[in-house]
Design a protein around this ligand. Structure first.
Ligand code: 26V
Length: 797
């Protein structure tokens, strides 16, 4: 271990050295950007020690490694977190102050690494940090997208997307490894030579590694996030270039680079895009070639691979890993087919993150066979092997059906463990997604409830609360989150409550300033901050939230609310660019906000704010300031949720349905500290069976009728009164996500929230109990559980 207790002076000297020799800048005219870069390099230097030490130990002890394959890693900023994990926050503050810079403002200028859409990608990032914290030897494998998730702005209330450009600045965290490159093939044909099938690709690209070290808490271990960039295998065509045909000369380069150019911004509907399939194979093949290369550097017997290698498929996006590993083992290394299959299966695990049928990947056999002809053969062979090995398999079950390759079934069959991401979701994976496969393979499906890293999501993002926790229960809770239980002994203590209140108030004051400054809305830090931040999906029911805002506004105007509690309803989130209904809901929220915020009659009693471009950094700002966490999905639809856990940790009680990990949050925190409402997953199914459910629900609810009437007649869109006819019509006549059926229960639950909030002592107790009982939702717990149940790896620390 390197000495991490470097004084601010040493740090300052290192920063100045980087400024001069790495950046070539004179301190006299260095910009804030230059200082941030110099600081980032100085911090990166201090990660390298633990990184090498961890890698050396893994080799020396011949430890089993975990390989986490994910199309998304939603990392956010790195500087502040890495600094905190190294225990250098105070030293860095001091060093930067000595050169006339403010650390926090510099850190806030770092662009987010937004290589993901939402929950699935952020989970992968939390897992990377937790694997480094608990000392699990691991590599994350992903794609180094040139453009991460689009930037969102509003024009006339409507979402407008602009490309994101995080690499327009130098990325100080990565080490390019042009020497670690693999050739990835596509298309072409399959030849038989001496009874052996050989794939002859028609196109090739190169996958080039870029490594980012990920350091854990207290710098005791560090792992590698290896992201692949696509490069052409052939340089440009000099002959064409000399003829002046510049565009054609650059064609191979352009073609290759499109592979890692952009992140697909749609996580709602599966679309059979060939480029997406190519991206998936690009990531997976590069990762597997790298894994086998590393294994064969130290071993020779490929049959022993599962003793040394665990590969986790983050959803089905890398599910081509099954056939690709079989191909590498059999076609390239001469293993018999069935042995290759069993070897691959013993290495592979599959995590399912969604039940939504429209998001389940399936590829037309035509596309699949065209892009990956050899893999198509292998998939057919896996399918017929499985059919023969399990003669009870019903005829309608299989990997290839109706001229489609079903990636969920492929991942299931090729994994030794399949898991869901919350208790409820894992049950549904067994009962409704894969009932027959679950019957054929009892015990294969298990649950691994999600978690979040408390270092980023409590320690660094909420310094006031973190300081109070340390003052109250001492140090060490950051890597042993169950210790937060120690707070329970203090929740009835007036002094502790006041301190808890002050911490929340400080966060809210920062957010009020920001909202006033950036969006011109004046909000009081004493109001109830009611927050729903997440991707926009119909099932997440931002529509239910905004319709309830309208009902509340209406009631306020009519004087129907006794002792109203001032409220700020905060929204944040992006819609997939092609998701028309989600975009209409976004526009409705902005339209309602404009009317409500300008209404002198309600004044400070209700404000609606929707800051654009919600991302990891905005979450770090807003979640610590939340009083109430909105987790209101249609029961049975949200696989887990992880935002719900972040709010809980930061002392915000949940208003929510019995869905995903809400169920477990409720169990931990107790009904008295949770605002539960709505239909259960079972009741949702029953209710939907009645084709008249929406109309009946609306007819039974006077407030909902009023709300829908106001929206439909253009109260919030006077310049275009019919703007929301479609949306309102859909609520009346289909309402697949049961907004109408849950409306009254939600409205009533919001009433209970206001009542509780008005009782300061009671509210603070609830809020503190949420923090105190959030220990289970540390991703350290999740990772230790995967290590034991799925990966069979022991922690090195
Ligand atoms: C699907 C697709 C389909 C193909 C195109 C690209 C793409 C990208 C993402 C997805 C599915 C995303 C699924 C997802 O994010 N699920 C979320 O996973 C979280 C972590 O387990 C969980 O907390 C959320 O409840 C769940 O919605």
């Amino acid at each position: 271990m390197t000495d991490l207790s470097l004084t601010p002076n040493l740090l300052k000297a290192d920063i100045q050295r980087h400024l001069t020799y790495t950046l070539g800048k004179d301190a006299a005219n260095a910009s804030a950007y230059d200082w941030r870069m110099a600081l980032s390099y100085a911090i990166r230097d201090r990660i390298v020690g633990p990184w090498f030490a961890s890698t050396r130990r893994t080799w020396a002890e011949d430890r089993k490694r975990v390989y986490y394959l994910s199309m998304e890693f939603l990392i956010g900023r790195i500087l502040e977190d890495a600094t905190a994990n190294l225990g250098l926050t105070e030293a860095v503050e001091e060093a930067m102050a000595a050169v006339g810079q403010d650390f926090r403002s510099l850190a806030a200028e770092e662009p987010d690494a937004a290589l993901g859409n939402g929950g699935l990608g952020r989970l992968a990032a939390c897992f990377m940090e937790s694997m480094a914290t608990v000392g699990c030897p691991a590599y994350g494998y992903g794609i180094r997208y040139e453009h991460g998730l689009f930037r969102q702005r509003f024009e006339g209330g409507r979402q407008v997307e602009a490309p994101e450009d995080w690499l327009s600045q130098t990325n100080p965290w990565e080490f390019p490894r042009p020497e670690s490159a693999y050739t990835i093939g596509f298309k072409g044909h399959v030849e038989t030579r001496d009874g052996q099938e050989i794939w002859v690709p028609g196109e090739t690209v190169k996958a080039e590694a870029h490594d980012t070290p990920v350091v854990g808490w207290q710098g005791r271990w560090a792992n590698t996030l290896r992201l692949w960039a696509a490069k052409p295998t052939t340089l440009f065509d000099l002959e064409r270039f000399n003829r002046g045909d510049y565009a054609a000369a650059a064609e191979p380069e352009a073609l290759a680079r499109t592979l890692s150019r952009v992140l697909y911004p749609d996580d709602t509907t599966y679309q059979g895009k060939e480029l997406r399939l190519k991206q998936e194979f690009f990531l997976t093949s590069a990762a597997l070639q790298d894994i086998l290369r590393r294994y064969l550097d130290a071993h020779s017997d490929l049959k022993a691979l599962p003793k040394h290698v665990a590969i986790q498929m983050n959803d089905t996006h890398p599910a081509i890993a099954g056939p690709e590993l079989v191909r590498l083992l059999s076609d390239d290394h001469g293993m018999a087919f069935e042995e290759a299959l069993e070897t691959a299966r013993a290495c592979l695990g599959y995590t399912n993150h969604t039940l939504l049928p429209e998001a389940l990947e399936k590829w037309a056999t035509f596309t699949f066979g065209n892009v990956l002809p050899r893999h198509m053969q292998i998939v057919e062979r896996i399918d017929s092997w499985h059919r023969r090995a399990y003669p009870n398999r019903p005829h309608y079950v299989g990997i290839v059906k109706h001229h489609e390759v079903r990636m969920g079934e492929l991942a299931f069959v090729m994994a030794h463990k399949v898991n869901g991401v919350s208790a409820l979701h894992s049950d549904l994976v067994k009962q409704s997604l894969f009932p027959e496969l679950n019957r054929l393979h009892p015990g294969r499906v298990i649950n691994e409830t999600n978690g979040v890293t408390p270092r980023r999501w409590l320690k660094t993002c909420n310094r006031p609360l973190a300081a109070l926790i340390t003052d109250t229960i001492g140090e060490g809770w950051e890597a042993d989150l169950e210790r937060l239980r120690g707070l329970e002994a203090h929740v009835d203590d007036a002094g502790f409550r006041a301190a808890f209140d002050a911490a929340k108030r400080a966060n809210k004051a920062r957010v009020s300033d920001w909202i006033g400054r950036e969006f011109g809305v004046k909000v009081s830090p004493d109001a109830l901050f009611d927050v729903q931040v997440k991707r926009f999906h119909e099932y997440k029911r931002q529509l239910l939230n905004i319709l309830e805002c309208v009902a509340y506004w209406h009631a306020l105007r009519n004087g129907a609310v006794k002792n109203p509690v001032p409220r700020v309803r905060i929204f944040g989130g992006k819609a997939a660019p092609g998701y028309a209904v989600a975009k209409e809901i976004i526009r409705l929220i902005n339209d309602v906000a404009a009317v409500v915020n300008a209404d002198p009659q309600v004044g400070d009693l209700l404000k609606i704010v929707y800051p654009p471009n919600y991302n990891v950094s905005m979450a770090e700002r807003v979640i610590p300031a939340a009083d109430l966490s909105e987790q209101i999905s249609t029961a049975g639809k949200e696989a887990s949720g992880t935002g719900n856990m972040k709010f809980m940790m930061n002392g915000a009680p949940t208003i929510g349905t019995l869905d995903g990990a809400n169920v477990e949050i409720l169990a931990e925190v107790g009904e008295e500290n949770f605002f539960l409402f709505g239909l259960t997953a079972g009741q949702v199914a029953e209710r939907r069976a009645d084709p008249e459910h929406a109309r009946k629900a609306i007819e039974a609810s006077a407030p909902l009728q009023d709300v829908l009437q106001m929206v439909a007649e253009g109260r919030f869109s006077p310049e275009e009164p019919e703007r929301y006819h479609g949306l309102v019509h859909a609520v009346w006549h289909s309402d697949y996500f049961l907004v109408a059926s849950d409306f009254d229960a939600y409205h009533a639950a919001q009433g209970r929230v206001a009542e509780a909030f008005a009782d300061r002592g009671r509210w603070l107790r609830m809020a503190a109990m949420n923090t105190a009982r959030s220990g289970f939702f540390s991703s350290d717990r999740t990772i230790l559980s995967y290590m034991k149940d799925v990966w069979d790896v022991t922690p090195a620390l």
